[in-house]
Design a protein around this ligand. Structure first.
Ligand SMILES: Nc1nc2c(ncn2[C@@H]2O[C@H](COP(=O)(O)OP(=O)(O)OP(=O)(O)O)[C@@H](O)[C@H]2O)c(=O)[nH]1
Length: 437
């Protein structure tokens, strides 16, 4: 194949199609004479056991017992070698290589005439020749490109390659024994009616010629595989990076959240460390810290201290409970916040006692502030509609006087306010106090 073969007892292949066309034109019926090999076919023609062969080359030997039609099919002959062999181009470069040739082929006759020095191996068929090359019994095989292609594909002889051109191309004709040479004009006439379309259809039906440069295919596979691997690695890397970035982004989100929480906790801690938890006023610790700084600041302007204490607060606790006492402390703290100026510092000193450091305030300013607070306390209805009052002790910070000393004077003034009946403002003047009802 693709030229001819017996398939389930029937003649098939390209030659059978041409023969059918010719037989139809001639209006004759052909009878098949099966043979096992090309040599046997030629022998039968020589012996006159069959009268026609549908597709063969003309040669000097064959002229002796056959007459030939016009050429109706051309096919190149090629050299086939194992893949490790170099490209030889043509018979000129065969050198000392062994060339397998099917017995009875015109090529054998051609080689004998034109290349007698080439060592040939006679093989029974094209398939045997190809196998001989594949097995290493021969270095080369020469045959028709079309049939070689079919055998290589059928028998999966992947290690073989086309290594060059193999002599003259096949010029295939119908051969008849001399006895029927008179039929040739009609046969030629029939062949000339075969249209180009019909030629092409026959060729396409039987020639599945695939020219494959295996090394390129392998290279293409390798390149493809490397490219694919690279692409897969890249995709995997990208996926990993994306997942890593997502993870990082999530961790960053967590970190930012934690930082905010930490900042909030810190703020809260800071607030707790500086403030009294019940009244939310600054605490004694913070107040001490501030007066320490004031002590160190020589540019500090005139300031005064107010100490104030709720009168008879124990009675409130005892009469209405500690919780009501707490509420009153909170309400008083709120009054202090409302009354003090922006730059004053009000703090809970402890228990029911509060302290206000009035910056940039002389004794009159401090007294005015204490008065405002006292008035506000008086007009306020505290929890449970309770009315309370406060006693105040005020001292102006003297030049170079330590705060602590001033505080003691204010405390003394407060004590005096208490002892004089409470609900009053007492001012420290030197080591004595002035009292205001
Ligand atoms: N509810 C409440 N009571 C407190 C708090 N701290 C101190 N006290 C109470 O305040 C009261 C202070 O009583 P005292 O020191 O006797 O003074 P007072 O009853 O106000 O009398 P004078 O100060 O002399 O007018 C006590 O009963 C304390 O228990 C507090 O945080 N909450």
């Amino acid at each position: 194949m693709p030229y001819e073969a017996l398939r389930e007892g029937l003649h098939s292949g390209m030659s059978s199609e041409y023969l059918t066309l010719v037989a139809q034109q001639l209006g004759i019926k052909m009878e098949l004479v099966p043979t096992n090999s090309w040599q046997q076919t030629l022998q039968k023609l020589r012996d006159g056991d069959c009268e026609l062969s549908p597709m063969l080359n003309r040669s000097q030997q064959r002229d002796q017992y056959l007459a030939f039609s016009q050429v109706y099919f051309y096919a190149p002959n090629v050299l086939v070698a194992r893949k490790d062999q170099p490209f030889l181009q043509n018979f000129e470069h065969v050198g000392r290589r062994v060339l397998a040739v099917p017995g009875g082929y015109r090529l054998q006759e051609y080689l004998n005439i034109y290349y007698p020095s080439i060592e040939t191996l006679n093989v029974a068929s094209e398939r045997d020749g190809l196998q001989a090359v594949a097995d290493g019994q021969a270095d080369l095989f020469v045959g028709s490109l079309y049939s070689i292609n079919a055998y290589i594909q059928q028998d999966a002889l992947a290690d073989l390659k086309i290594a060059g051109w193999g002599g003259p191309q096949d010029e295939l004709r119908i051969g008849v024994i001399h006895k029927y040479a008179y039929l040739l004009p009609e046969i030629n006439q029939a062949l000339s009616t075969v249209t180009e379309r019909q030629h092409l259809d026959i060729q396409n039906r039987w020639n599945n010629l695939r020219i494959v440069e295996n090394s390129n295919v392998r290279l293409a596979w390798q390149i493809g595989l490397v490219t694919l691997t690279a692409i897969l690695l890249l995709v995997a890397w990208n996926l990993w990076i994306r997942r890593y970035n997502l993870k990082l982004a999530e961790q960053n989100r967590q970190l930012v959240k934690l930082r905010h929480e930490l900042e909030a906790s810190n703020k809260e801690l800071q607030f707790l460390s500086d403030h009294d938890p019940l009244t939310k006023l600054h605490n004694r610790h913070f107040f001490n810290h501030c007066i320490d700084q004031d002590n160190r600041d020589p540019t500090q302007q005139q300031s005064s201290l107010i100490l104030l204490d709720i009168d008879h607060f124990k009675a409130v606790n005892d009469g209405y409970g500690h919780q009501v006492g707490d509420q009153i402390l909170q309400e008083l703290a709120q009054i202090l916040r409302q009354c003090v100026r922006e730059h004053d510092l009000a703090a809970r000193w402890g228990g029911e006692e509060f302290v206000i450091l009035c910056h940039n305030a002389d004794i009159e300013d401090a007294v005015a502030l204490a008065r405002r607070i006292a008035d506000k306390v008086e007009e306020t209805s505290f929890s449970r509609n309770l009315a309370i009052s406060c006693s105040f002790g005020i001292a102006e910070v003297r030049q170079h006087e330590p705060m602590q000393h001033c505080f003691e004077r204010a405390d003394k003034a407060l004590y005096e306010a208490k002892s004089l009946g409470r609900n009053r403002i007492s001012i420290s003047k030197g080591d004595t106090s002035d009292n205001m009802g």
